[in-house]
Write a protein that binds this ligand. Structure first.
Ligand SMILES: *Cc1c(COP(=O)(O)O)cnc(C)c1O
Length: 463
């Protein structure tokens, strides 16, 4: 715990990311041999040294990267407690407190997204990818009642699902893993704001139906990974209702704005989704991995995952009253993933979270002003705290080569961390995201300075 405290105190002064050499790292590990036990203090020191020097410090206030904020203290405490008490969540009777806490949290978050908490269900997952995978499986089980028993080959034709080209690629993995295959995923073009284009979706749907395919699912994104854009959720809900398709909303990071009353309208329509992905381990500062799959179809998880096994301990209460979580997800032995979200929320309260998200949003506007004041141009116009930008000072300031070299220079300076991306596969941009509760104006200023410096050093002709 002393080590954790000194890390948290020192992280502000550390280089944000290392220039690690794999050979050096491997050599320091080779010094260890497990023939002779190492003193615990020495083992701890070795690891602390490696972490400090050879890790990108996402906890740093100058980490403007993906959604890896600093972790809240109660989350760290919860992880330690879970490791020590090690509750097994597969079966209710083994860990009644833990299972009930998770079920309670599920209802609480379902309510925040506008589901009827009493009728909603869900499961804590390792993260957004597992939650999205769960969504594809649930949608299949819902659309094709014969699928859980007989598989895809029992269907009369090929099922297809729809997601914008800016949607998260975990859906691709899910499609592959459940046997649908990548070509079953229809990547729909985005509009000029990088949101799913409704006309393009309607056209693709019509073509697929004419070909006799089986459209069964639409995935809307509430906060794209690249640019924080929010798909037109209400329109997607209309289409899904009309076509009798499952609507899943991937709100892995953007869903956090459901906790801020004056931002909630930005994701209006999400309450009409059949299921939602939300990651507490992103904007809610909960240690990885903590994802959440929520659905308003109370029985769908059991229909998707229920199996029976003789070695499962019996419950001592009516099975209708309690839930064995192994029947609600791919996982069997299950870690108590929900505790870190529960404890962090209990101590911060909804208002605590709303305050952080508001502050990040204000800082992101400040960053936008500072960027535009220094000759950068922001190319996304979303409401979430992520900015994608290009240079307008150099002639080649919008080129991938130039932007990559600026990015490389900022990151290798150790002063700040940003990423490079390419929106909709055609707009190269630098990307800075403000989701860390420690980030302040001075950190934004440091980023502006690092960018300014990097631009001057970058080869103006590109490479
Ligand atoms: C991060 C992210 C995911 C993947 O979640 P993991 O927790 O990293 O597995 C899915 N969708 C969106 C929109 C994301 O931002």
């Amino acid at each position: 715990m002393r080590a954790v405290e000194s890390y948290v105190t020192a992280v502000e002064t550390l280089r944000v990311s290392p220039g690690s050499d794999p050979a050096i790292l491997r050599r320091s590990l080779e010094e260890l041999d497990f023939d002779h036990p190492t003193d615990p203090e020495d083992a701890l020191e070795l690891i602390l040294g490696m972490f400090e020097e050879h890790q990108t410090h996402t906890a740093s206030p100058r980490y403007f990267g993906l959604f890896d904020p600093a972790t809240a203290t109660m989350g760290v405490v919860a992880e330690t407690l879970v490791a020590a008490f090690n509750p097994q969540l597969a079966v209710w009777r083994q860990s009644p407190a833990a299972v009930e806490i998770e079920q309670f949290m599920m209802g609480v978050f379902a309510g925040k997204f506008g589901f009827d908490a009493a009728r909603a269900a869900g499961s804590f997952t390792s993260g957004g990818s597992e939650a999205n995978h769960t969504a594809v499986l649930a949608a299949l089980a819902h659309a094709f009642p014969e699928w859980p028993a007989h598989g895809l080959r029992a269907l009369s034709s090929q099922p297809v699902l729809y997601i914008s080209a800016e949607g998260h690629h975990s859906i691709m993995k899910a499609a592959r893993a459940c046997g649908l295959g990548l070509t079953a995923v229809r990547e729909i073009a985005v509009d000029p704001h990088f949101r799913l284009d409704i006309d393009a979706l309607s056209e693709q749907l019509a073509r697929d139906k004419a070909e006799g395919l089986l459209p069964f699912m639409i995935v809307g994104t509430a906060g794209t990974t690249n640019a924080g854009m929010i798909d037109p959720l209400a329109q997607l809900a209309d289409i899904a209702a009309r076509e009798r398709m499952w609507l899943h909303v991937d709100a892995a990071w953007g869903g956090a704005i459901a906790l801020v009353p004056e931002m909630r309208h930005l994701i209006a329509g999400i309450e009409r989704a059949d299921s939602i992905t939300f990651d507490p381990h992103k904007w809610l500062s909960v240690p990885r991995g903590a994802g959440l799959f929520l659905t308003r179809h109370r029985d769908i998880l059991a229909r998707t995952f229920q199996v029976s096994a003789t070695y499962v301990p019996d419950n001592n209460v009516a099975s209708s009253e309690v839930l064995d979580l192994f029947s609600h997800s791919m996982q069997w032995s299950r870690r108590f993933t929900g505790l870190k979200t529960f404890m962090t929320l209990a101590v911060a309260g909804w208002d605590g979270y709303a305050a952080v998200i508001r502050r990040n949003t204000v800082l992101s506007r400040y960053l936008r002003d500072r960027l535009e004041g220094d000759g950068w141009s922001v190319v996304n116009d979303g409401d979430l705290a992520v900015l994608c930008f290009i240079d307008t000072v150099n002639e080649c300031g919008a080129s991938a080569e130039f932007l990559r070299s600026v990015r490389e220079s900022v990151v290798s300076s150790g002063a700040a961390w940003i990423s490079y991306t390419c929106l909709a596969g055609r707009v190269p941009a630098l990307r800075a995201c403000v989701v860390n509760f420690r980030t302040a104006e001075k950190d934004v200023d440091a980023l502006i300075e690092a960018l300014h410096h990097a631009r001057e050093g970058a080869n103006p002709r590109g490479r």
